[in-house]
Design a binder for this molecule. Structure first.
Ligand code: OSB
Ligand code: MG
Length: 367
């Protein structure tokens, strides 16, 4: 395939709820939509999830926008691309910047699937017709408020509840939820808010029978995660620490955790996500798909990746309405009995809602 036209859109979608983590608060979802058109007139879509500030990884939206516009995309224009995997060669001279690369990777996979009249899930080798929806809940003002949120999301059908925690908003909050709902799949995500010296505090969480604790320590600290895991009964899940296959291999060798949160965006796209889940499967690590408060285009790639066999636990893939009054895809994503139907139409399987895209676009560039 040959890419003949490229468009980039900076979009800011209002969030229905503020989202608070141990590192800060989000009030809008600011992202980049990438559209790639080939010489046959097919168009593939990708989303770059980098946030306005580098609180989650070192990328931020404006850095990703410049990198895409000035370096990654000019290298793609008028190139003949034989397979999405070939992008790995094109990306090699540019270190990291995985969220910018993921936008290109997912758009090329979408295009490739559309050319082959295949759903994106099928194109990457997925084998599920439904994926399980879990929800990620930001830090709430009080344990009672959290319990009420959890109750509402359980009623909406979410199969697994993830609660953001930080020192001072951890044990009491999770205990309140566990007391009210003794049997639900409950987990916590610390976004690196703890240190190894907090081991005793984290050990206290063992009595709550959490499904896992996600990323308690710093992103580059596989060693301390391994020491912590040895002292905890609760499985550790790594998110920020796993950005590549090599990271997953090191985690496994060191025993830094038992579960991987694979995000299409942070690992640079579907090709690497696929390799990581394959490695995890052969080494008895469980995986699930995390999210970045993504719009429908990111979520469509998340749904596709979650159909791969290594994705064994409920995902952070929610309905469009969980975050947005209006999504940029048609139809919007909905839950049916706590699951999301995997679309069967070619590519991402959703149409774009251009009325909504036009309304919330703040900048547009054509290459
Ligand atoms: O998209 C979702 O629903 C998951 C949201 C989430 O947990 C998250 C949102 C922003 C930054 C980091 C994370 C995370 O998984 O750590
Ligand atoms: Mg996380």
């Amino acid at each position: 395939m040959k890419i003949v036209s490229i468009r980039l859109y900076k979009i800011s979608l209002p969030l229905r709820f503020f989202f608070t983590t141990s590192t800060g608060q989000l009030t809008t979802k600011d992202f980049i939509l990438l559209s790639l058109t080939d010489e046959d007139g097919h168009t593939g879509y990708g989303e770059c999830s980098a946030f306005p500030t580098p609180f989650y990884t070192e990328e931020f939206r404006d850095s990703a926008f410049l990198l895409l516009k000035d370096q990654l995309l000019p290298a793609l224009l008028n190139q003949s691309i034989k397979s999405p995997q070939q992008l790995q060669d094109l990306f090699r001279p540019i270190r990291r910047n995985n969220m910018a690369k993921a936008a290109v990777d997912t758009a090329i996979w979408d295009l490739f699937a559309k050319q082959n009249h295949q759903s994106l899930a099928k194109a990457i080798g997925g084998n599920k017709s439904l994926v399980t929806a879990g929800i990620s809940i930001g830090i709430q003002p009080s344990p009672n408020k959290l319990v009420e949120k959890v109750r509402n999301y359980l009623q909406a059908g979410y199969q697994r509840i993830k609660v953001k925690i930080k020192p001072g908003a951890d044990y009491q909050y999770l205990k309140a939820v566990r007391n009210e709902f003794p049997d639900i799949m409950l987990m916590a995500d610390a976004n690196s808010a703890y240190r190894l010296a907090d081991t005793d505090k984290l050990k206290q969480l063992d009595e709550l029978h959490l499904l896992m604790i996600e990323q308690p320590l710093e992103a580059d600290d596989l060693l301390h995660h391994a020491q912590l895991q040895q002292q905890l009964a609760t499985p550790l899940c790594l998110d920020e620490s796993i950005n590549s296959l090599a990271d997953a291999q090191a985690m496994y060798q060191l025993g830094s955790g038992k579960i991987i949160n694979i995000k299409v965006s942070k690992v640079g796209g579907l090709t690497t996500a696929n390799k990581i889940q394959e490695f995890a499967q052969t080494h008895q690590l469980n995986c699930w798909c995390g999210g970045m408060l993504g719009s429908g285009v990111a979520r469509a790639a998340d749904i596709a990746v979650a159909t791969l066999p290594g994705f064994t636990l409920p995902n952070d893939i929610s309905a469009s309405q969980r975050y947005f009054n209006h999504d940029i895809i048609k139809p919007e994503i909905d839950l049916t009995n706590g699951k999301i139907k995997v679309p069967t139409a070619p590519g991402i399987g959703y149409d774009l809602n251009w009325d909504i895209i036009r309304r919330y676009t703040t900048e547009k560039v054509t290459l």
